[in-house]
Design a protein around this ligand. Structure first.
Ligand SMILES: NC(=O)C1=CN([C@@H]2O[C@H](COP(=O)(O)OP(=O)(O)OC[C@H]3O[C@@H](n4cnc5c(N)ncnc54)[C@H](OP(=O)(O)O)[C@@H]3O)[C@@H](O)[C@H]2O)C=CC1
Ligand SMILES: O=C(O)/C=C\C(=O)CC(=O)O
Length: 354
């Protein structure tokens, strides 16, 4: 019998087409009176809709969220929240906007209501990331876990197909690594497999018809489950590599996850056969086909499969390998420089795992 620890994360979730209409009740359930609405400049119209729904509970809009939460933006947003007397933040957007809400919460304790419009999963985690002097630091603090989340597939209809596919693969990466996490447990395994399966069936549907609300709902449901996995158990080689490639080489977040995942799975395959079998089963493939199944899901839905196509230079691969080797961390297979360098080469070339 397997022994394990399961730590649940406290958040209230409203899920479904039109869930945004539940915003006033969700804010009231948090006991909040004045919400600062956060968004990127491009999602300003969505934030205005949110503010309108909030009525007199809207304190204002801060529309300058950007990728990786620069400390300067976080400080500015905290100051705006203080000046407006906000007692909560409503983040509408992807991981970048949720991340800004988390940076505010980390310092001020302001509770967050998140309305995710990508599949990154940040809304389900107590993990924050803040970039200072070009260096992104991440940490964990329950203060930053959104108290309340509205998942409304209608809000994702405008997410471009390319971003939908790579963001979906970003979510699958959380679940895949959760299945072989050193902190894994059977409850998280169930969510991980179900999350991968939901996204696996959603992506071809979204590609065929981006307005397919059923497929959008499946993808968001899968993202929710995969986000819980990320927030609940430790990640391994794949996430550390993506952090290195994003942080030190400025590669785009979701695309990097998409390209690296098949190769990280191939690296770990022999050391984690049960996890691989569950990933493969979720994607409707044979037990030893997890790396290929993930690669095919990306390629067949038009996503990039090579690091060289998303801005990585060949001459930087050695440095990426040595940065990734700097810290050892739990991973099914020990980190070895030669095989890791070979993994990066294969990911750079975009080779289908053998
Ligand atoms: N702390 C955690 O647990 C986690 C943190 N993250 C962090 O989150 C960031 C990545 O999150 P991700 O969601 O991929 O990236 P973003 O939040 O940057 O969003 C990605 C893209 O999606 C677009 N977009 C979002 N919503 C819509 C919409 N409704 N319609 C059209 N376009 C839309 C954005 O456009 P626009 O810019 O125009 O708004 C942007 O170009 C990274 O910084 C990553 O480190 C990721 C996962 C977990
Ligand atoms: O970097 C962060 O903001 C925190 C975690 C993640 O981005 C998780 C991931 O790599 O998807």
């Amino acid at each position: 019998m397997r022994s394990f620890v399961y730590q649940g994360l406290p958040s209230r979730v409203v899920f479904g087409a039109g869930a945004l209409a539940q915003l006033p009740q969700a804010i009231a359930a948090m006991g909040a009176q004045r919400a600062l609405v956060l968004c990127t400049p491009e999602q300003r119209a969505s934030a205005e809709r949110v503010a309108q729904l909030l009525g007199e509970r809207a304190a204002g809009i801060f529309d300058r969220a950007v990728m990786h939460v620069p400390i300067e933006t976080a400080r500015e947003a905290r100051e705006v929240a203080r000046q407006l007397g906000a007692d909560c933040a409503v983040a509408i957007g992807g991981g970048s906007t949720t991340g800004l809400g988390k940076a505010i919460a980390l310092d001020s304790g302001l509770p967050i209501l998140a309305i995710p419009t990508t599949y990154a999963g940040s809304e389900m985690t107590p993990i924050y990331g803040i970039t200072e002097a070009g260096l992104k630091k991440t940490g964990k603090d329950l203060k930053v876990l959104p108290q309340s989340v509205l998942y409304d597939p209608e809000l994702t209809l405008t997410l471009p197909v390319g971003l939908s596919v790579t963001s979906g693969l970003n979510a699958i990466a959380h679940a895949a690594e959760g299945l072989y996490s050193a902190e894994g447990n059977p409850v998280i395994d169930l969510m991980a497999e179900e999350g991968i399966a939901a996204i696996g069936r959603a992506l071809p549907g979204i590609r065929a018809n981006p307005a397919d609300l059923e497929a959008r709902g499946d993808a968001l449901y899968g993202a929710w489950l995969c986000g819980i996995v990320l927030g609940s158990v430790g990640m391994a080689l794949h996430h550390k590599l993506c952090h290195t490639l994003g942080g030190s080489f400025n590669l785009p977040h979701a695309e990097t996850h998409t390209v690296v995942l098949p190769h990280a799975l191939a690296y770990n395959a022999a050391a984690a056969p049960r996890a691989m079998a569950r990933i493969a089963r979720a994607l409707g493939r044979g037990a030893d086909e997890a790396p290929q199944a993930v690669y095919d899901l990306a390629r067949d839905n038009g996503a990039p499969v090579a690091l060289r196509d998303i801005g990585m230079k060949a001459e930087d691969l050695d440095r990426a390998c040595s940065i990734a080797m700097q810290n050892q961390y739990p991973n099914p297979r020990p980190l070895e420089a030669g095989p890791l360098r070979a993994l990066l080469q294969a990911a750079w070339e975009g080779a289908r795992p053998a």
